[in-house]
Ligand binder design. Structure first.
Ligand SMILES: *Cc1c(COP(=O)(O)O)cnc(C)c1O
Length: 358
């Protein structure tokens, strides 16, 4: 009846993963990070699934927060990069958005603003990533300045890790030590932990977790990790076989003749391509699952189609279901074959792929 490409979203899995995050640090609260359309899963749907239990939500910008408020989501929403323009502050104050403050220019904009109510601030310190945040030596003075402003209600101290997914590096411990030195003596809640820190760095848990990727059931680690092994995949990306070709050794497949058969081969064409967000740089040999059995891609991914080797799946035929990632095939594993990370695979899924909620 129609093209079969779709992303099934298991909202129970997202609730399970949120609870797993909270169980790592039972005394902490957790802001469920649902920026970039909840990493491709649909921000309003995911917020709806978590609205009975999430302590807050986190997004990248006010446009994403407005989408949640317009959909009736009432939790606090943290703007992880804060406001970009001072004229956002009015809406922020009216709608209980919490704003990161990462730069002196934001402090001064806040000091000049006339607001209907004071706003909660997450003061971000640069503990070594050098992307956003106040320098450690200026943290105390910035905190004191914010504290003195009538425009500011509660202040949470935050920082972000550069390498929390790399379990044997010292970087995360150094960032924690840098943060702790700079905030010593300040009585305010802390928020340090993204998904890898939530799963693997208990000393970083503190008062507010910020799990993103793990909510969607993808591991941030390249190695096995005990807590990450308990995650449940939320998105299953599938399509169908729409053509089959029996080829001989030497026959080439797809654009650029990117795959050449080395044996008599059955090559199946699947209705899924980079126009859907499946990465064009998936190497030959990237895993896929056909009728519950693993096989691999063969040939370059094109815009609307891709080709896979079904030689060793004798029963496979037209209309059979192909899983590109999901319950049977971790997106993090697919990412390795695409020289990327699960974050990009999930967020780059295009609107052409219908999201179907279970
Ligand atoms: C995106 C983001 C997170 C979530 O990171 P994950 O690795 O997806 O868990 C946490 N904190 C900040 C500041 C972010 O921008």
């Amino acid at each position: 009846m129609s093209r079969a490409a779709r992303a099934s979203i298991d909202l129970d899995a997202i609730r399970h993963n949120y609870r797993l995050a909270k169980s790592q640090a039972p005394a902490a609260r957790a802001a469920a990070i649902i920026k970039a359309g909840a990493y491709g899963h649909g921000a309003v749907a995911v917020a709806g699934a978590l609205k009975a239990e999430a302590d807050a939500f986190g997004v990248a910008c006010i446009e994403e927060a407005i989408e949640l408020r317009d959909a009736g989501i009432e939790q606090p929403v943290v703007l992880l990069e804060g406001f970009f323009e001072a004229d956002e502050l009015e809406y922020i104050a009216r709608h209980n958005l919490w704003t990161a403050i990462h730069s002196p220019h934001q402090v001064e904009a806040l000091a000049r603003a006339q607001l209907p109510a004071p706003v909660n601030v997450w003061l971000k310190m640069d503990s070594g990533m050098h992307r956003l945040g106040i320098e450690p030596e200026n943290l105390r003075a910035t905190y004191d300045r914010l504290r003195s402003l009538g425009q500011v209600a509660e202040i949470t101290l935050m920082s972000h890790f550069a390498c929390a997914d790399e379990l044997d590096l010292e970087t995360t411990r150094q960032q924690i030590a840098c943060f702790d030195r700079a905030v010593e003596g300040i009585d305010a809640p802390h928020s340090l932990s993204n998904s890898p820190a939530t799963l693997a760095w208990p000393e970083a848990h503190r008062d507010w977790l910020r799990p993103g990727l793990m909510l969607y059931g993808a591991t941030p680690f390249l190695v096995e990790q005990e807590q990450a092994a308990r995650l449940e995949a939320a998105m299953t990306l599938t399509s169908e076989i729409i053509a089959i070709h029996d080829l001989q050794p030497g026959d080439a497949v797809g654009y650029g003749a990117g795959f050449v058969c080395e044996r008599p081969s059955r090559i199946a064409t699947v209705a899924m391509g980079y126009g859907d967000g499946y990465p064009r740089h998936a190497a030959n040999g990237t895993p896929v699952v056909v009728n519950g059995q693993r096989t691999v891609t063969a040939g370059r991914v094109s815009m609307d189609m891709m080709t896979i080797d079904i030689t060793d799946i004798p029963g496979a035929g037209i209309g059979d279901r192909v899983e590109l990632w999901g319950k049977q095939l971790p997106v993090s594993e697919v990412a390795v074959h695409c020289s990327t990370i699960p974050y990009t695979l999930l967020t780059c899924l295009t609107p052409r792929v219908p999201r179907v909620y279970e």
